[in-house]
Design a protein around this ligand. Structure first.
Ligand SMILES: Nc1nc2c(ncn2[C@@H]2O[C@H](COP(=O)(O)OP(=O)(O)OP(=O)(O)O)[C@@H](O)[C@H]2O)c(=O)[nH]1
Ligand SMILES: [Mg+2]
Length: 358
């Protein structure tokens, strides 16, 4: 399951965003450090293809893909030296697949804190870079020693040295010129600034018509280094508490389209290169998430590692072709199920059945 860790200053709207995306009811309150222990929640990934395949197969259960959100406490300037809640709590998002910056752009006299999203960005990036610097400094000498006995570690040490130089300037790795190879070598260290970034610019409810304008400076600042979404987190959180009909009515009335979750997921899936394949039958129809570039055995491994180890072949058909012919057995009879081997790279929307042997 893909995991998204939220970071931002106190009162930026992290817990409100968590509620907006997960439909949860985390405490969101107008004082700093309302969140102490992390909120961890899951959202189902809406997908109409899944429903249609399930209807075709008469499936007893329908299982969407899901994503996880982790909402942690607020980070303040000086957190690396113990200000506010300090920075140890960042460990809760160390293993996230992407980091979500919640940057406040709303003004509300009842909610203390700055409302310039670029100021939020600067502080959050500096504090994450300092947290990463600490991690790198803790590891670098140990790895240097190990490199003396194992030449293979030398490249890793070189990557740590490069990262050290970037972080020591207070710069996050994701925005640095650090090469892709070094960034890959650094992955086992779970550096927070070595992950993809999606920034949410939290715009006031009375500025819905100015979302683009409020978001533009952050887009300009991050360039191609991160994705940016502008939204009024407060309204999205309120909508998420309603039942489906009322929610749709509220979102439509405000011109907010399908709401925060589909927008977030659309961007996140693109950013991370996430793809979906399906399995379908009378028992269940299910969506599975894989990464662009995976071959068939790796996709099978998303279901179970045995499927990957013992992979023999996959029967494959694109979801809309399957719907058109009406059932798996008809597709087989018609000869339109393809048999694919280990080298096949599945595409988004494939329906697959795996043959394996362990
Ligand atoms: N007016 C307005 N208030 C908002 C908006 N988003 C969040 N708030 C309010 O701001 C306050 C702080 O929001 P939270 O979601 O608790 O912020 P947080 O980032 O989780 O804060 P900490 O847990 O303290 O770090 C709450 O009272 C929210 O209702 C918004 O878009 N507009
Ligand atoms: Mg909070």
């Amino acid at each position: 399951m893909e995991r998204f860790g939220f970071v931002g200053l106190p009162n930026a709207g992290k817990s409100s965003l968590y509620n907006a995306l997960s439909g949860g009811s985390a405490l969101a309150a107008p004082y700093a450090f309302a969140t102490k222990d992390p909120n961890v929640g899951v959202a189902k990934v809406p997908d109409q293809r899944l429903e249609r395949l399930a209807a075709m197969s008469g499936s007893r259960s329908v299982i969407p893909a899901s994503v996880q959100f982790v909402d942690i406490g607020g980070l303040v300037e000086g957190a690396s030296t113990g200000e506010g809640l300090g920075n140890k709590f960042l460990a809760n998002i160390r293993e996230a697949d992407a980091i979500v910056f919640v940057l406040r752009a709303f003004v509300d006299d009842d909610v203390p804190g700055p409302s310039d999203p670029l100021e939020h960005l600067r502080i959050v990036e500096t504090e994450l870079a300092l947290a990463d610097l600490e991690t790198v400094e803790n590891q670098i000498d140990k790895r240097r020693k190990a490199a003396k006995f194992d030449r293979a570690v030398a490249d890793e040490v070189a990557a740590l040295e490069k990262a050290n130089a970037v972080l020591a300037e207070g710069s996050p790795i994701y925005r640095s010129a650090l090469d892709e190879e070094s960034r890959t070598l650094l992955r086992p260290y779970f550096l927070l600034t070595n992950k993809p970034v999606l920034a949410i610019v939290n715009v006031a409810e009375d500025e819905l018509d100015r979302i683009e304008e409020r978001t533009a400076p952050v887009i300009a600042e991050l360039g191609s280094c991160g994705e940016v979404i502008g939204m009024c987190v407060q309204l999205e959180a309120e909508a998420a508490q309603l039942d489906a009909d009322e929610r749709a009515e509220m979102l439509e009335g405000l011109g907010l389209g399908e709401g925060a979750l589909p927008r977030f997921l659309h961007t996140a899936y693109q950013m991370l290169g996430l793809r979906t394949y399906f399995t379908t039958g009378e028992k269940e129809t299910r969506a599975w998430t894989f990464r662009a570039g995976y071959r068939a055995p790796q996709c099978a491994g998303v279901i179970h590692s045995d499927f990957e180890r013992g992979f023999i072949r996959a029967e494959v058909i694109h979801w809309d072709d399957l719907l058109e012919v009406g059932s798996w057995s008809k597709a087989r009879d018609a000869g339109i199920l393809r048999v694919e081997g280990k080298e096949y790279q599945p595409v988004d929307g494939d329906v697959m059945e795996f043959r394996f042997n362990v």
